[in-house]
Design a protein around this ligand. Structure first.
Ligand SMILES: CC(C)(COP(=O)(O)OP(=O)(O)OC[C@H]1O[C@@H](n2cnc3c(N)ncnc32)[C@H](O)[C@@H]1OP(=O)(O)O)[C@@H](O)C(=O)NCCC(=O)NCCS
Length: 172
């Protein structure tokens, strides 16, 4: 990592790490889909340890799960001290990518068939995270729809109050 990537303490910015993680994960998704992919979401990211200027950052990305058009990619970030060779696992994250055509429309991706015990473990864990993500998204959408309905109802009531006030005025 270079000085322009870091703050004045020599700690690499979280945003710089996120951009690198996004790119590493996008390459894994692209290689599975063999088509352009866009980032649909990034799950919660915790930065457990600082990465310093001069560290060599190694990112390992793998497609854990493929749905119809989306893929979950896991990225593991390690920082290597170039002098001692010591490597620290600094953080990991899960990103969801969607394979898209030239117009940005979601396109089907190849099925992912886990083979090794490790791949099967990751696949099952990714499936469970996807279930939770969809559940959260549905809940958020329901809350937003209910807030929009409340707002519309309130706007309707204000209009009727204004209409009533106007007719009162006409009466005088
Ligand atoms: C991602 C995007 C293509 C999804 O389009 P959409 O019309 O909502 O598509 P759909 O509802 O049909 O969902 C398509 C797939 O994406 C998944 N998906 C959509 N939004 C998601 C989200 N926020 N998080 C995780 N998965 C998501 C769906 O679960 C579905 O998966 P599946 O086909 O494997 O079952 C669209 O929201 C988009 O273009 N977003 C902007 C992407 C972007 O600009 N990224 C940053 C720069 S690359």
């Amino acid at each position: 990592m270079m000085p322009q990537d870091a703050n004045n303490l020599g700690h690499v910015f979280g945003g710089v790490m996120l951009a690198m993680m996004d790119k590493a994960a996008a390459v894994a998704a692209f290689r599975h889909a063999r088509r352009a992919c866009v980032t649909a979401s990034i799950d919660r990211v915790d930065f457990r340890e600082p990465i310093h200027v001069g560290d060599l950052v190694v990112m390992k990305a793998s497609v854990n799960f493929a749905g119809r058009t989306s893929m979950e990619v896991g990225v593991r970030v390690e920082a290597e001290d170039m002098i001692s060779g010591l490597r620290r696992h600094t953080n990991s994250a899960y990103l969801t990518f969607v394979s898209v055509d030239r117009n940005g429309r979601p396109m089907e991706v190849a099925e992912l068939v886990p083979e090794t015990a490790e791949q099967k473990r990751r696949y099952a864990a990714a499936q469970e995270r996807r279930r939770r993500r969809l559940e959260e998204r549905n809940e958020e959408e329901a809350v937003q729809a209910s807030a929009a309905a409340d707002e519309a109802a309130e706007a309707g009531r204000s209009r009727s109050r204004a209409g009533a006030a106007e007719s009162d005025c006409n009466d005088c």
